[in-house]
Design a protein around this ligand. Structure first.
Ligand code: NIG
Ligand code: FE
Length: 415
């Protein structure tokens, strides 16, 4: 879908969670007096893509949603929580971040804001700092940024390796990432390791061989930065194909800095997501519209590199499923804030507030091929983000304001 509910290529279309409410145990918890509830189930509420219910309630049992509907019809339960007229949306699904790193790149950011262009090679600075860090330092960093994201309403996070670029450093990054989240991506192919500057082919052999063997046990996904200054189409194909043979599913950094083969390769290999999609030909858009690959837009990167915005409107109008994520990393997008990305997408990328909220929740879930998150329907994980506002529209209408006042993850209040 785009937020366009009727599109046929939406991997969320045949979803496991259902809109049917079932019998509710009295030991469950009812959250009542919700001014407006985003369910992302078009069969509910106002029948829009967001399945918006006014004056709503959500009933939770354990870690799952068991009932949603109008507050006045909520089943009797022993525990009741009054939402106090706030809006509730599904926790954000941030399907793209790079959190296993050390150091920062303030100097590079300053230089960019004085007119220098962003180049993939800046990644080397973070590689040096990350290699020099201890496991404990890296793990503490991941925990810190995940906590930061959680406070801003994100309840599902993907994160990647890519700042180690040796067998040991990539495997350790993934092992640390896996201690914090289930959505872990092997990105040994972030750039050619500086140790292989004279022999990129040998680095591709390492990434598809010994490094992959060491990393695959910790990861669900394989990714490649398919870009000038990183890996070309043939190298990217070899890396993604080798990852697939090891049971990892592809996702691709594609068409960020310039036009290139990444997007069409992603669709050809049935990647879950083509990420960035800043420079697209009509053939790229057609390819995305014809397959199940989600276009994940990362406006924090364009903001922070002063690059042209990706054209979300063009993708949505073509029927492409669009996700919105942070790309949180120390180089090109040092933000963990999905609300900030929503505001940018609405202001500068042609999205409506409804579309942007859908893309940051259900869209992110689609980009991770997940059906249990990014929606609030019976059977879904009880991930709720409360806004100190009457509706989700305020996320774009009140940019920069900390509207997230409470977060529940898997049925537990965590913020
Ligand atoms: O998604 N594009 C490649 N990777 C990151 C940038 C990483 C960095 O600059 O450190 C991105 O923008
Ligand atoms: Fe990235």
């Amino acid at each position: 879908m785009n937020t366009g509910p009727a599109a046929t290529n939406n991997p969320m279309a045949s979803s496991a969670p259902t809109s049917a409410n079932s019998a509710v145990a009295t030991t469950a918890t009812a959250i009542v007096n919700i001014a407006s509830l985003v369910t992302n189930d078009p069969s509910l509420g106002d029948s829009s893509a967001l399945g918006l219910i006014q004056d709503a309630a959500v009933v939770i049992d354990g870690d799952r949603v068991v009932w949603v509907g109008e507050s006045s019809k909520a089943p009797a339960t022993d525990n009741r929580v009054d939402a106090g007229g706030r809006a509730v949306i599904p926790g954000f699904v941030d399907s793209h971040s790079h959190l296993v790193f050390a150091g920062d790149r303030t100097a590079e950011f300053n230089a960019r804001m004085s007119g220098q262009p962003y180049k993939a090679g800046g990644i080397r600075t973070t590689v040096a700092a990350t290699r020099a860090a201890t496991d404990a330092e890296l793990s503490a960093n991941v925990a810190r940024y995940l906590r930061e994201a959680l406070r801003q309403g994100t309840t599902t996070f993907e994160t990647k390796s890519g700042y180690g670029l040796t067998v040991e450093d990539e495997a350790r990054a993934l092992r640390i990432a896996a201690e914090h989240t289930d959505e872990v991506t092997y990105l040994g192919a972030h750039i050619v390791s500086p140790d292989y500057a004279d022999d990129p082919a040998a680095y591709v052999d390492l990434v598809t061989g010994e490094m992959l063997d060491a990393c695959a046990p910790y990861a669900r996904w394989v990714d490649v930065f398919c870009e000038k200054g990183a890996f070309d189409g043939d190298q990217a194909r070899a890396i993604l194909t080798a990852g697939k043979a090891k049971g990892l599913h592809p996702r691709v950094h594609a068409n960020q800095l310039t036009y290139g083969p990444g997007v069409q390769l992603a669709v050809e290999l049935d990647a879950a997501s083509a990420d960035h999609c800043t420079h697209l030909t009509d053939a790229d858009v057609d390819a995305l519209a014809s397959g199940d690959t989600v276009a994940t837009l990362l406006p924090g990167a364009e903001f922070s590199t002063r690059a042209p915005w990706p054209d979300a409107r063009r993708l949505l109008d073509a029927g492409v499923t669009v996700a919105l994520s942070t790309d949180c990393n120390p180089g090109s997008s040092f933000t963990s804030s999905v609300p900030f990305c929503i505001a940018l997408a609405v202001r500068d990328m042609g999205m409506t507030p409804d579309e942007a909220v859908w893309s940051a929740t259900a869209g992110g879930a689609a980009a991770l091929r997940r059906q249990d998150v990014g929606r609030l329907t019976p059977g879904a994980r009880a991930d709720l983000t409360f806004l100190d506002a009457p509706s989700h529209v305020h996320l774009a209408y009140r940019p920069g304001v900390p509207l997230v006042t409470e977060v529940w993850r898997a049925g537990t209040r965590v913020v």
